[in-house]
Unconditional design. Structure first.
Length: 212
């Protein structure tokens, strides 16, 4: 299974990618991890990416595509892969296609903006030990205090409501059009949020036709 995972920030792509990776025995590949690995390995495309990043510039799509193709050529991807965080735009999707990257499935996780704002703005993080809590689904024993080390919990800038709304706007304008792009190619499968990680995983398994 050669899959792309789509979904708004906070939709649970990373979590479900991990579940699917274990279930199917194929690697999850994130753009960020790929970039770091390519730079660390000192490959030609890694050095090209580093030259842009060192100048504070975005890495061009052409370099990103080369890094993706280099990663997908590795032996652990021969049975399939899950791409998380790539492509983000129609030009990137077109470049993947033009570059000969074959896909079997594009899975879109559907979560309402309201639910995502609730999920992310309710997140609290310990600045000392890194533990993560949520005011509704995983509250600390004492409000605002880390269970593990007693440090005061904080709201990360990325989880502030205004930041979440900005990221959602970018998703809707730049990434959501990919659903139509892949639907026209007969690759898109959409799965609605089921209210829990486990229930959503089961719905994904059913949609993909794999046993629970």
């Amino acid at each position: 299974m050669k899959m792309i995972l789509l979904g708004a920030p906070g939709a649970g792509k990373g979590t479900q990618a991990e579940v699917l990776s274990k279930k199917l025995g194929i690697p999850t590949i994130s753009t960020g991890n790929m970039l770091r690995a390519a730079i660390s390995n000192g490959s030609a495309v890694g050095l090209a990416a580093k030259s842009f990043m060192d100048k504070g510039q975005l890495v061009p799509d052409s370099v990103i595509i080369d890094i993706v193709k280099e990663r997908l050529a590795q032996p652990d991807c021969q049975k399939g892969f899950i791409l998380d965080g790539m492509p983000r735009t129609i030009p990137q999707a077109q470049a993947l296609e033009d570059g000969g990257v074959e896909l079997t499935t594009v899975l879109s996780l559907e979560v309402s903006d309201e639910e995502i704002v609730d999920r992310m703005s309710g997140r609290r993080v310990c600045p000392k030990c890194g533990a993560t809590f949520h005011v509704v689904s995983h509250p600390p024993k004492t409000e605002g205090v880390c269970d593990n080390c007693g440090e005061g919990l904080i709201i990360r800038k990325d989880d502030a409501k205004e930041t979440v709304l900005d990221r959602l706007n970018v998703y809707h304008s730049q990434t959501e059009p990919l659903k139509d792009f892949y639907a026209r190619r007969g690759l898109l499968i959409s799965v609605e949020n089921q209210g829990s990680i486990e229930a959503t995983s089961r719905a994904i398994f059913r949609a993909l036709g794999i046993g629970e």
